[in-house]
Design a binder for this molecule. Structure first.
Ligand SMILES: NC(=O)c1ccc[n+]([C@@H]2O[C@H](COP(=O)([O-])OP(=O)(O)OC[C@H]3O[C@@H](n4cnc5c(N)ncnc54)[C@H](O)[C@@H]3O)[C@@H](O)[C@H]2O)c1
Ligand SMILES: [Zn+2]
Length: 370
């Protein structure tokens, strides 16, 4: 059996392992069995981009005596929909999946969220195993039990993750060999979350990533495996302390309030990671002005982001007023007070309420909004 590293996630509702290791894709069924889950049938829900890997997973379940079916879905934000959920449910019913079945999600965050929510609700809930295939899903989406689909509002806009549940998986299996085919831009998207994690809880990781930028960008599986282990540890400790985002889990939104505003206005020209990269720089500038955060923190973040090819300024012209409005409407929809995650120092980020708008404007200006 290949060597793998296990990180145990302990939340209020469950404890489970995140395994990280090369070749794990051929061990998923065995590892599930070792944890006492013996499904009669496995519904392997996959991103069509990684269908061969899903077939390997399905064959291994069959070798363990389970029935298995592969159910490909179209992975896109638009495809993370109620229609896709209904369609998936229909296909699971047609395949004879019942309460003795288990869902295995093989794909990025879209498939993980959709299949995870299907598992959480199908026949009032059946077990789910996550086999993430993007860096973002390995270090972020597959860990922590958030599952959801998007809903289209009456005005046609997308309410992201409007319908979902907290449902922890039984196992997460991260095989860095699966990242070999991931497009460079998607790899960088995951790196933005790693930089975010570094600022929140692992200052040494900025230099670690900068030094290893070449092997990381070359998809070197051993380096990526180490990167995943580091970042799963961070995410696991935060969600372990606050499963349902009542408190500390909110720090994971560092750079995201800025980033969501960018995404809302850039209309698909930037990936989530690119928006978060710029948002994290803006958050550092805000930290300098409202929390005395050293300018060296923003410099270090910029250096690492630039080294891996992520933007540190808005690469498209976006008006400052529209960004402020997008931020305000995002907050209004969340029906909360204006709360922003602000770095005080590397490894020390805190949630601030009532940040003066002038300081937020200055932070936007620092990343090129005019
Ligand atoms: N549940 C959570 O806590 C959480 C956290 C962060 C993000 N998310 C969600 O995750 C989603 C984004 O996830 P993502 O960035 O993984 O995007 P994604 O699932 O859309 O995958 C990105 C692209 O990569 C392709 N792909 C996936 N794996 C591949 C591989 N190994 N080789 C080649 N191509 C591959 C996909 O087909 C897709 O085109 C969003 O919907 C977001 O809301 C959830
Ligand atoms: Zn994110």
């Amino acid at each position: 059996m290949p060597q793998s590293t296990a990180i145990t996630v302990r939340t209020a509702s469950a404890a489970y392992d995140v395994l990280v290791g090369r070749g794990l894709v051929r061990q998923v069924a065995v590892q599930v069995h070792l944890r006492g889950v013996r499904p009669a049938a496995a519904a392997v829900v996959c991103d069509s981009a990684v269908e061969p890997a899903a077939r390997v997973v399905a064959q291994e379940f069959e070798a363990q005596g389970a029935r298995a079916c592969v159910l490909p879905v179209r992975a896109s934000e638009a495809g993370k929909s109620l229609e896709a959920l209904g369609d998936l449910c229909d296909r699971m019913l047609a395949a004879g999946i019942d309460r003795a079945g288990t869902v295995v999600a093989v794909g990025g965050g879209v498939v993980g969220d959709l299949a995870g929510f299907a598992a959480a609700t199908y026949m009032r809930g059946i077990p789910c195993v996550q086999v993430p295939t993007t860096l973002l899903a390995m270090v972020d989406a597959a860990v922590g039990g958030k599952t959801a689909v998007n809903v289209v509002r009456a005005d046609g806009s997308l309410a992201k993750n409007a319908l979902g549940s907290f449902a922890q998986p039984r196992l997460v299996a991260c095989d860095p060999d699966l990242l070999a085919t991931l497009p460079a831009r998607e790899l960088r998207s995951g790196l933005a979350e790693c930089v975010k994690h570094a600022v929140i809880a692992d200052p040494a990781q900025l230099g670690w990533i900068t030094e290893r930028a070449d092997p990381i960008l070359a998809h070197d599986p051993d380096t990526l495996g180490e990167l995943v282990v580091r970042n799963v540890r961070i995410k696991a400790s935060i969600v372990g302390a606050d499963e349902r985002e009542d408190g500390v889990r909110a720090v994971l939104n560092l750079g995201h309030t800025f980033g969501h505003a960018i995404e809302a206005l850039a209309h698909g020209q930037l990936t989530h990671g690119e928006a978060v990269a710029v948002g994290t720089v803006a958050a550092c500038r805000l930290g300098a002005s409202v929390a005395g955060c050293a300018g060296a923190v923003e410099d270090a973040v910029r250096t690492t982001l630039a080294r891996v090819g992520l933007p540190v300024r808005l690469p498209v012209a976006l008006p400052l007023g529209a960004l402020m409005d997008a931020m305000a409407s995002d907050k209004k929809r969340r029906a909360g007070e204006a709360r922003l995650v602000v770095p005080h120092a590397l490894g020390d980020v805190r949630v601030h309420a009532g940040v003066p708008p002038e300081r937020v404007r200055e932070a936007w200006a620092a990343v090129g909004a005019a």
